[in-house]
Design a protein around this ligand. Structure first.
Ligand code: UD1
Length: 365
């Protein structure tokens, strides 16, 4: 069996790493990695391959940035060539980025089976580019690997047959546990931010990059006001995404000196910081899940989440993007510490193995 595994943007790399690792134990499986090049800065891309022990991709398509149409089109043209050279039995796409959408369409039009990992999640907010990507990918995928029961229910409502839906848990959490364990075993860490972490004491960790939060100057300014107020109470460690860096400058947003701006961090260094944070403030999808898996309080700076189990079972609360809403949720999260959280079913570090059990039953060595 030949599988092409697609990754393009930062969160994809964390998802394919455990699936690739698990594939190495399976006989007669030829698993190749295609990097679309949606993310290309060293810190957004190559650093993750090094950090996550991923091999260099078999194909690097170098699609780069652009409007959604330009980026998606470039990925499609390049990936079609790969499919026509490789003739895979299956294309595996993960998550909800433009690379996920582009490659699933290409594969399906070539009549290649498509498996979508992290299928079925819905924010029901069609203004989010990721929601469009999720919906379109799921319309044409053949197999759905889901992280939570709500995703399976969404797919069933959309008419997908139950036998094509597999609740396998969360490969992002596989990756997280793998690295949390290895970080715990390495007491002498030399990350550049180690000194800052120590000096910061009881700090907050922040990520912010959603277009809905940073592209509109008035919304970004309101969020920044809330962050500046929170920074009066606790230092905030803030690795800045390239989109956000651009928008900070473009909109002339003022941030407190107690918000320590950092370059984008590799997976392990980011984990080293957020796992010990008083609270994580974020608009990322992955961090909502990862904080739940490690029981770290999380305040999500969005009105909705496509990952409702992180709220119903985990440590996540939805703050929205109003100044007072963010401050109130942050203070509540601090007051509630430690918030008892349950880890969702199958978020146990074995999700990648479950995926291969479905795809290659009886073929694990
Ligand atoms: C993309 C995903 C988003 C994911 C995020 C994680 C889509 C629609 N969005 O958003 O779901 O949460 O990745 O990071 O697929 N840039 C660089 N260097 C890079 C990559 C991007 O400087 O390596 C800059 C470019 O100016 C680009 C901007 O960041 O225009 C946005 O990049 P893009 O890939 O379009 O979307 P993200 O905001 O990164």
């Amino acid at each position: 069996m030949k599988v092409l595994m697609v990754a393009g943007a930062r969160p994809n790399f964390m998802k394919i790493a455990p699936i690739y690792r698990a594939a190495q134990a399976i006989a007669d499986l030829d698993c190749r990695v295609v990097h679309t090049g949606q993310h290309y800065d060293h810190a957004m891309s190559q650093a993750f391959f090094e950090d996550l022990d991923l091999p260099q991709p078999d194909y690097a398509l170098a699609a780069g940035s652009g409007s959604h149409a330009v980026q998606t089109a470039k990925i499609m043209v390049a990936f079609e060539q790969v499919c026509m050279t490789e003739h895979p039995d299956l294309v595996m796409v993960v998550g909800d980025v433009n690379s996920t959408l582009a490659c699933s369409i290409v594969a399906k039009k070539l009549q290649i089976q498509v498996a979508h990992v992290e299928a079925g999640l819905r924010s029901f907010d069609i203004a989010m580019p990721e929601e469009v990507n999720r919906l379109v990918t799921d319309v044409i995928s053949d197999l759905f690997f889901v992280t939570e029961a709500s995703a399976a229910a969404n797919l069933m409502k959309e008419g997908k047959a139950a036998e094509r839906i597999h609740l396998v848990g969360n490969v992002m959490v596989d990756n997280l546990y793998h690295h949390a364990r290895s970080l715990a075993e390495e007491p002498h860490l030399s990350f550049p931010t180690a000194g800052l972490k120590k000096a910061a004491g009881d700090y907050v960790f922040l990520t912010l990059h959603r277009p809905a939060n940073v592209d509109q100057p008035d919304i970004f300014a309101t969020v920044a006001e809330a962050l500046n107020t929170i920074a009066e109470e606790r230092v905030i460690l803030f690795p800045v995404h390239p989109r956000t860096r651009k928008m900070l400058q473009q909109h002339g947003i003022g941030l407190s000196a107690r918000i320590k701006r950092l370059p984008p961090l590799g997976f392990r260094e980011a984990l080293f910081l957020w796992q010990d944070a008083a609270v994580v403030l974020t608009d990322s999808g992955g961090l909502q899940e990862e904080t739940t898996a490690l029981g770290v309080p999380c305040v999500t700076l969005r009105e909705n989440t496509e990952r409702p189990i992180t709220v119903s079972m985990g440590t996540n609360v939805l703050a929205g993007t109003s100044r007072q809403g963010i401050i109130d949720c942050y203070r509540q999260a601090i007051a509630d510490r430690p918030r008892p959280a349950r880890v969702p079913p199958y978020w146990d570090g074995l999700s990648a193995q479950r995926i291969w059990q479905v795809l290659r039953p009886g073929n694990q060595e």
